[in-house]
Design a protein around this ligand. Structure first.
Ligand SMILES: Nc1ccn([C@@H]2O[C@H](COP(=O)(O)O)[C@@H](O)[C@H]2O)c(=O)n1
Ligand SMILES: C[C@@]1(CO)OP(=O)(O)OP(=O)(O)OC[C@H]1O
Length: 159
């Protein structure tokens, strides 16, 4: 059995807005997130973890931020691309795990909706999709409420 692990890390800054989109779920907040796309930092991070497991670059190489085509794009486009790449290489995604780092918004009340959306987009069973959160104890840029960071792991298997 061929097992591959990949990691992802991404950060998006807060800007004007009334919600953030995380794992495709709109979460009410007193700021939005700034990005070339819809700035879904969690979906970008999971996408990069899958690319990492495949050793095939990163999200900016596949979807350059300089390309106007991706302005305001829904990030599920990027995730679907990474999932298709994995499957076309003969891999199944075994599980994904991501941790959001922010003081606010509180992720807990939305975590199951986020998991369900990621499970639907990837075709994974819900038990294989994990969404977690932590504060940074008010330290650093996340602690000052300047943005949201996310880290993720993806495991891919080929029988
Ligand atoms: N944005 C966040 C941050 C944290 N949580 C939940 O709170 C727990 C405690 O966070 P600490 O940073 O103090 O360890 C954490 O384990 C999460 O369950 C959250 O929902 N949203
Ligand atoms: C997703 C892309 C798409 O142009 O733009 P952003 O929304 O700025 O997100 P980032 O995490 O900086 O990744 C780069 C790009 O691929």
């Amino acid at each position: 059995m061929d097992i591959r692990l990949g990691n992802g890390f991404d950060v998006h800054a807060f800007g004007p807005g009334e919600h953030v989109t995380l794992c495709g779920v709109a979460i009410p907040h007193d700021h939005g997130l700034v990005g070339h796309s819809d700035a879904d930092v969690a979906m970008h991070t999971v996408t990069d973890a899958i690319y990492g497991a495949l050793a095939c670059g990163d999200i900016g190489q596949h979807f350059p931020p300089s390309d106007p085509q991706w302005k305001g794009a829904p990030s599920e486009i990027f995730l679907r691309h990474a999932v298709d790449l994995a499957r076309s290489g003969g891999f199944e995604i075994s599980n994904i795990d991501c941790t959001l780092i922010c003081e606010l918004p509180k992720i807990g009340p939305h975590a199951n909706a986020m998991r369900e959306n990621m499970a639907a987009l990837t075709g994974l069973d819900l038990t294989r999709v994990s969404v977690k959160a932590t504060t940074s104890e008010r330290l650093g840029f996340t602690g000052r409420g300047e943005g949201i960071a996310c880290i993720a792991t993806a495991a891919l298997v080929k029988a």
